[in-house]
Design a protein. Structure first.
Length: 190
């Protein structure tokens, strides 16, 4: 899956608007590799999260998103942005295959392992295994991230923090727990 022209056109607009409207603070952007595939995995607090991650990254991020977003007016936009649809009502082996192919080609997969926006009072919800599974299968690193603060116009103290790249192992359960711990530590939860 190659970077597309629409994404290259939309990215600076997304970056400008996200900065002007929300004033996000980024930490750890130096942890985002300039080349090679990796999985970008972390918290999901708002539908706007993907825009903050696009703005932070020099390269195109291919997000996994619920297939219901691929209907009506949003469908062409999702396709042009390189988003990969996931049917959350069932297992998606074909999507895992496509994601692994994207990673092996040296691209980035963006995934929110909670599977949905966290509307609970807990810092994070239990992570699904897709992020660690695809990283382990393709031997690419995971870059954990945490988004904290509120999406308030002109200053909600929104912070996006990226952790160090690391590799998973064949113990998917242990790797998933490790990812959760790394993400929580980036949240600076007391």
């Amino acid at each position: 899956m190659k970077d597309n022209l629409f994404y290259k056109f939309a990215k600076p607009i997304i970056k400008f608007l996200s900065f002007v409207i929300f004033h996000p603070k980024y930490e750890g952007k130096e942890n985002l590799p300039d080349k090679g595939g990796y999985v970008l995995a972390g918290t999901h607090t708002n539908n706007l999260d993907c825009f903050m991650l696009i703005a932070a990254n020099k390269r195109q991020v291919h997000f996994l998103a619920k297939s219901s977003l691929f209907k009506g007016i949003t469908k062409p936009f999702m396709k042009m942005m390189g988003v990969i649809p996931v049917d959350r009502s069932r297992k998606n082996p074909e999507i895992m295959d496509l994601s692994r192919e994207v990673l092996r080609e040296g691209n980035i997969i963006g995934i929110f392992p909670e599977g949905t926006i966290n509307k609970t009072k807990d810092p994070i919800m239990p992570f699904k295994y897709g992020a660690v599974k695809m990283a382990n299968d393709t031997k690419v690193p995971i870059i954990p991230f945490a988004i904290t603060g509120k999406y308030k116009v002109f200053g909600g103290k929104l912070k996006i923090k990226f952790g160090q790249p690391y590799y998973t192992n064949d113990d998917i359960e242990k790797s998933n727990n490790e990812l959760m711990k790394k993400v929580v530590s980036l949240m600076e939860v007391k």
